[in-house]
Design a protein around this ligand. Structure first.
Ligand code: SF4
Length: 331
């Protein structure tokens, strides 16, 4: 989700471009004012990835988002049913334009009656609330819906999505809300997503971090890659270091990571702190280094190809990576 004021078209498009470059495939923008709604046509038109308008309470912004060419709208009909006939009108407009609606139920915004009935924002309360929201559209024959039920606690989140998946066939958007800053937010999100995705639950996801949105995207991509659900790009396999280490493994790994940042081929690069166990531990890597005595043994596909002074390790790894990928390109 973008963090710029949506009305600032230039800044919002710049941030969407950054997110797209980081691998984001769908982006949501907040629409809390008329100025934000007015910015949607330019943003939806110029963004390279689908734009979802996030709207609370204001039916007229929903119509504006649909007219603007947004790919989807996030709105809870429970928030707008007090407006005469507006849910039906939104269902009609969204249906005519082929624009899906995402219903997003969060623990913090549950109906007080549901909270009282369930004794709090339980998983069952979240699922029940979402299904009730969906029924408000279903009454008008509109079922092009996607649903999220987010909680800050990963296990409650998992239970809520399981309950929802058992009760309906709608696509589900995964999220652990208010997960906090990294690494806490990262770990909470990964915990919930791994359980759910392994069970086949979840169609899109957003990692919510108290951190710049590019970090949310890279975290989400790494979770998907770790689960084998998205093709891995570059992977750094580095040892945790131990009493045998003959190099500062943390510093060397940071240098290697920085040097390979943005490398366009899906290589696995190992950084190992000693020559005794290094290559053996990194047998699965495409290339890597084992360090010892101020030198680095550079290995490619399990075989040591040269030994270089420690200061030349990073350059040597890049050379070998280029050689490897050139060979692959001409195969
Ligand atoms: Fe320790 Fe060497 Fe293994 Fe790194 S590769 S954890 S330094 S034994």
């Amino acid at each position: 989700m973008t963090t710029t004021p949506t009305a600032d078209v230039e800044a919002t498009l710049r941030q969407i471009a950054e997110l797209t470059a980081a691998g984001c495939q769908i982006v949501r923008v907040a629409v809390p004012s008329q100025d934000d709604a007015d910015a949607l046509p330019a943003i939806a038109h110029k963004s390279k990835i689908p734009v979802v308008a996030d709207i609370h309470f204001q039916p007229r912004y929903v119509f504006a988002a649909i007219d603007a060419g947004c790919a989807a709208v996030r709105v809870n009909p429970g928030n707008i049913k007090a407006f005469d006939d507006k849910v039906r009108q939104i269902a009609t407009a969204a249906s005519a334009a082929g624009v899906p609606i995402r219903i997003g139920v969060n623990a913090g915004s549950l109906d007080p009656r549901l909270l009282a009935r369930h004794g709090g924002a339980t998983a069952q309360a979240l699922a029940e609330s979402a299904l009730w929201e969906a029924s408000l559209f279903e009454e008008h024959g509109f079922t092009d819906l996607k649903i999220s039920v987010k909680h800050h606690d990963p296990l409650t989140t998992v239970a809520a999505y399981r309950a929802l998946a058992a009760a309906c066939d709608y696509p589900l958007h995964l999220g652990v809300t208010e997960a906090g800053p990294p690494p806490q937010g990262t770990i909470k999100s990964a915990t919930a997503f791994a359980i759910l995705l392994a069970e086949g639950i979840g169609d899109t996801l957003r990692v919510s971090l108290t951190a710049p949105p590019v970090e949310e995207v890279t975290t989400g991509i790494q979770i998907l890659q770790s689960l084998g659900l998205r093709e891995r790009q570059l992977e750094i396999v580095s040892c945790p270091s131990c009493g045998r280490a003959q190099v500062d493994v943390y510093a060397l790994t940071a240098k290697v990571s920085a040097a390979f940042d943005g490398f366009p081929h899906p290589l696995r690069v190992a950084v190992m702190g000693c020559v005794v166990n290094g290559p053996g531990e990194a047998r699965e890597a495409d290339l890597g280094v084992s360090s010892g005595n101020g030198k680095g043994q550079i290995f490619v596909r399990g075989k040591v190809v040269r030994t270089v002074p420690e200061a030349q390790i990073v350059d040597a790894l890049i050379d070998e990576a280029l050689r490897l990928t050139e060979t692959a390109d001409t195969d």
